[in-house]
Design a binder for this molecule. Sequence first.
Ligand SMILES: Cc1cc2nc3c(=O)[nH]c(=O)nc-3n(C[C@H](O)[C@H](O)[C@H](O)COP(=O)(O)OP(=O)(O)OC[C@H]3O[C@@H](n4cnc5c(N)ncnc54)[C@H](O)[C@@H]3O)c2cc1C
Length: 417
Amino acid sequence: MENYDFIIIGAGINGLALGALLSKDGARVLVLEKSREIGGRAWVQERGGFQVDYGMHLVRFGKESVLSGICSALGQTLEFHNVESTFLVADGGQLEIPARGASQSMNMFAGDRTLDELKRVSVQAWMDEKGMGRRLRRLFTATSATLNVNPFVERSSVGELLLNLKKVGESEVGAAYPAGGWKPIFGLFQDWIGKKGQVRTSTPVESIMVQNGRAVGIRTREGDINAERVVSSIPCQELFKILDDKLCPPGFVAKCRGFRPTSGIVLDYGISGVISPGRNLWCLWEPLSYGFFPSNFEPRLALPDHQLLTWFYPLEKFQVEDNEASRGLKARLEAAVFALFPALPERIKWSRSLYLPMVDGAEVSVDQTREDRPEPLVPGVEGLFLVGDSVGGEGAGGDIGHNSVSQCYPTITGKKI
Ligand SMILES: Cc1cc2nc3c(=O)[nH]c(=O)nc-3n(C[C@H](O)[C@H](O)[C@H](O)COP(=O)(O)OP(=O)(O)OC[C@H]3O[C@@H](n4cnc5c(N)ncnc54)[C@H](O)[C@@H]3O)c2cc1C
């Protein structure tokens, strides 16, 4: 029977990043992925000469990000192209949001409560308490939608939002796009894993094998594979599809199953010609959504004299899952994007719409703060670890996943990245 130091379930960005770090330490790592392709929710699709991300994929804090630190530890310095300007588009006008200035002035609103105390307070309750006017409310709601990936201000956590904003204020960089796109990052991780182990696609894990309270390997259709330790990088909501729920405390099982992800609709366009230059991020107020041109950051993603545009509309999961309603919402979004870029409709070479019940593994809300997320250790099962964007970590959106790698790796090895 095959035997590895580590089996990692799932070849998304975070399973691969962790696998690469463990491989660099000399471990034999097997990564098993159920799909035909690696990448998970950060999958990159080749489409008619374009390299298309799975929706918008910016990296907060660019060269200062945790992801950048992970790649440095693997011997690769990542270069980034920073977002230059962010515009809020409302009532037919555009307002530039100065990220650092906004973060500094927003921190003044924290008042005498600590940001930790504000974690259980909603953005809505806080705006009411402060008696904010229409413009400031819009600004905070748009910031909650982009930074917390949560436009639902009645449950978005203001403490988390201000903590995230504080980090933006302290950073030299806001959001950025990796030079060369995401493919080379995946390539780096795969190369490290391939030195002693391998990444195997089209191989769904059916169950995690546990003996005497210890994870000893996994079961696939083709047979069992043993490992000293097992890491699950699938979203915590799905963990108990492959792990016997009787092994863990009921409270932990309920928490994992019930964790609310973020959801939404994505529109991507391959465009002939250049309809809008600049490394900008736009946030539409109606409907509350945001997007950018990835090829303005990395021209190699598009054919010469072409552009790529991606747009994200955060929604409730039930809205995305309702076929008829979501088609209507998509039409509304598309009309607003066309109004912002009037040259777009005639220049579309191809378009793609995605209706995604899970965008990020964890929505950042008053009942789902960083303290509420599962930790890398699985209670009740030794030798089993969790990583991914529904696990531990600070921040919001994809940040959580990268932070979870930097939390899981020391938990396993006792070493810092
Ligand atoms: C539209 C969109 C926009 C986003 N925008 C951003 C952004 O701007 N910035 C950012 O940082 N993040 C962004 N994210 C979030 C980011 O993509 C995710 O946080 C990240 O991809 C999650 O990676 P992961 O490895 O934790 O999980 P996943 O990508 O979900 O990886 C888990 C893998 O496990 C596999 N798997 C599941 N079950 C099994 C099984 N039984 N056996 C084997 N394999 C299995 C899955 O197929 C998957 O490949 C966005 C996501 C989406 C969808």
